[in-house]
Design a protein around this ligand. Structure first.
Ligand SMILES: NC(=O)c1ccc[n+]([C@@H]2O[C@H](COP(=O)([O-])OP(=O)(O)OC[C@H]3O[C@@H](n4cnc5c(N)ncnc54)[C@H](OP(=O)(O)O)[C@@H]3O)[C@@H](O)[C@H]2O)c1
Length: 254
């Protein structure tokens, strides 16, 4: 299989690192020269990655093409590109829906996917919509594939995935606070990363119980966790959180 990436940004780079640490057999990966720095780094690191300047050439040489552009750029350039009927297209673009993509590419051989940067370490959920054997065969080596039939339902996962930067900001704020209290940077970052990792793993193991139970179990009556959660609730932290989810959902559902 030859893969082509139109757009060599953060998510393309994460997928490519994931591919080369997996058992996937890919003959060649063609990437666009943009972003220049990321493309150069990938081509230097992996022999089978080739940089091509022309997006059309990437498409022509690849059996599967991943569209990894921002929506603005996608809206400008995709309809100028030609996709043969056999070409498999996987769009990673957040806010261009399947109907629009079919019109722009003049192809029906297209699915949408939501991989996330931890694909780099072959971890995390990957939404595919609609279900598609070939996309599943690619992504199943790189994380946990979840196939969604209904595109409208898939939007809810785009919304939930947008929590990612705020999750990292929680780590950043927590470690930064420790550092301001004179804990050295390495120790602060290690403590916070290990804390979040252990909580996430434990939650994943106990997910069938439901997360409400974990919230209850982690609070000693009148204890520190109870105090912290109460303060956040009083400040409407979680109401704002849900509001942000709703607003992103409105944007991706257009
Ligand atoms: N990052 C994530 O976690 C994630 C997860 C799932 C889906 N997505 C979606 O994937 C898409 C890409 O996201 P990203 O985070 O990877 O964005 P990004 O890092 O900004 O990558 C976009 C890439 O497109 C390149 N580009 C711009 N114009 C181009 C052109 N005419 N031809 C070819 N390439 C061009 C940019 O190059 P220059 O830097 O040279 O402009 C850049 O490398 C978005 O729609 C996003 O919503 C992202």
């Amino acid at each position: 299989m030859n893969l082509g990436f139109i757009g060599t940004g953060k998510i393309s780079s994460s997928i490519i690192y994931g591919i080369f640490s997996s058992k996937l057999k890919i003959k060649r990966i063609y990437i666009s020269s943009r972003n220049k720095n990321i493309a150069k780094k990938l081509a230097l690191r992996f022999r089978s990655v080739k940089i091509l300047r022309d997006n059309q050439e990437i498409i022509n040489k690849s059996s599967t093409v991943l569209l990894a552009l921002t929506p603005n750029v996608g809206n400008k350039i995709i309809n100028k590109l030609k996709f043969s009927k056999k070409k498999k297209i996987i769009s990673l673009i957040s806010t261009i829906n399947l109907n629009e993509l079919k019109k722009m590419t003049r192809s029906k051989n297209i699915v949408r996917a939501i991989p996330l940067p931890p694909i780099e370490i072959k971890r995390g959920p990957i939404i595919i919509c609609p279900p598609n054997k070939s996309a599943k065969n690619l992504f199943r080596h790189l994380g946990t594939v979840i196939e969604i039939k209904n595109e409208k339902l898939s939007y809810k996962f785009w919304s939930t995935a947008s929590i990612m930067a705020s999750f990292y900001e929680l780590l950043n704020v927590s470690a930064g606070w420790l550092m301001r209290k004179k804990i050295n940077k390495n120790m602060a970052n290690k403590y916070v990363a290990d804390l979040f990792l252990s909580l996430s793993e434990d939650a994943s193991n106990k997910r069938s119980k439901g997360f409400r139970k974990l919230v209850a179990e982690s609070q000693t009556p009148s204890g520190l966790n109870m105090q912290f959660l109460k303060e956040l609730k009083k400040g409407k932290f979680f109401i704002k959180f849900i509001k942000a989810l709703e607003n992103v959902n409105k944007r991706v559902s257009k």
